[in-house]
Each structure stands twice: as C-alpha cells, then as structure tokens.
Design a protein around this ligand. Sequence first.
Ligand SMILES: O=C(O)C(=O)[C@H](O)CO
Ligand SMILES: [Mg+2]
Length: 251
Amino acid sequence: MPKFAANISLLFAELPYLDRFQAAADAGFQAVEILFPYELAAKETRRALLANGLELVLINAPPPNYTGGAPGYAAIPGGASRFQSDIRRVLRYAQVLRPGFIHIMSGYAAGTDALDCFVQNLQWAADFAPQQTFTIEPLNPMSQPGYFLNDYNLATEVLGRVDRPNVGLQYDSFHAHMIHGDALAVWERFHPSVVHAQIGAAPERSEPGRGPTDFAQLFAAMDDAGYSGWVSAEYAPSTARTDATLAWMRR
Ligand SMILES: O=C(O)C(=O)[C@H](O)CO
Ligand SMILES: [Mg+2]
C-alpha cells in the first residue's frame, strides 16, 4: 500500500489554514503538501509542520493562488526574468520549509516557442538549485483551458529535452483520467518518470471511490511498479467534512 499525504490546500479546507495541519495528522497522514504557502511567513508553516510531526512533500512555485492570475510563467516566451524571480522566491521558502518537491507550472501558452522556453526555464531552475527536485504536471484542458502542459506525452517530451536528474513527472489520477481517459493506463505507461503522485477521482475531482477509476487497482499498480514515493490526496471533498471522505485510506 502506498504512503498517503494530504494536500491541505484542498483537504481540510473547511478549517483555518493553521488548523489543517493537526487535522491531517489526526486523520493519520504523516505528510502534507501545500499548493501556495505564500500568504504566511514560511516559519509559521514550518512551526505547524513540526508541531504535528508532518513532513512537507510539495509546494508549488508562485504564482498564483486560486484567486486568479497566470498559473506560472515557465512556458511564456519573454517571461524568463519573471520566472527566475519566482524561482528565487520559492527557494527562499524552501530553505525554511524543506519540501521534497517544488512543482513548476507552465502557464498559458502554445506552440514551439513555448516548448523551447519551458525546456530552457526548467533547465535554468534545475541548474540553479541542483539540490532541489522540481516537478512538472499535465493539467487537463477542461479544468485549465489554455494551460501549456496538457498531456502526458508532451510532459515526457519536455523531460527528455530538459534532461536533468532533478526534474521529474508529477502524476495526478484526476488529470490523467480527464486527459487520456484512463488513469491506470497513464500510470502504467508513464510511471518510470513519476517522482510524485497525487490522487483524485475524475470526473468531479472528488475522493477516491466516486468515479470510474479503480483506486485499489491503481494502488496495487503503484506497489507493483516499486513506487515508494508519496501519494498525495488532492481532491475536493464531496462533503463539508474532509474526515468523512477518508474511507478510501482505510480500505
Ligand atoms: O491542479 C493540480 O492538480 C495541481 O496539482 C497543481 O499544483 C495546481 O496548482
Ligand atoms: Mg495535481
């Protein structure tokens, strides 16, 4: 059985930010991920992690939060200086928070210039912070219309061209199903590049057990593949209380 983390930007969102850490620990999680931890000083988040014995698996590089704005600049031609200042900012947070992974978002773009730009920016980040592992994640076009990295084949092409040991694939069962129609098949095909995994049930991005994906099979496939990383629950709970949606963890 994989080891599970909680994405506390989506899970336990019924609670104030600093209360979500204890709720995650009480629910049995030993690690969390936070999409955008930038509203608070990093040391406050660090304190909450330590107080609850939680590991931090992942944060996203800025920008933005979910209140609007561009989802990253990495594939935007001409945006290199903005991209580099965002990476410097996330690395300042990372010095305090020590996340296993930093997810770099491509932004809205298309075409070969965007692809070249994405590759170059990822290489720059990888070389600027060789001690840090970065991830890229395909997001489905229904949820993120116009987002550049919208396909696992494209992600594989990008990773091949970036060719750095500290840049890997972030698999998300929700997006994988929405993009390619079968989350398990995507896992089977692309798992050699996966360094971090997230789960949510398509089509609603709800808790595992509510859609067509057989999560018992997916978890078994992760074990069979020898995947030893975190599997982070990243879904919008279908009820007002997150802890009422965790049966999938105990099954
Ligand atoms: O939307 C997702 O699935 C993610 O994991 C991204 O980090 C979006 O912020
Ligand atoms: Mg995700």
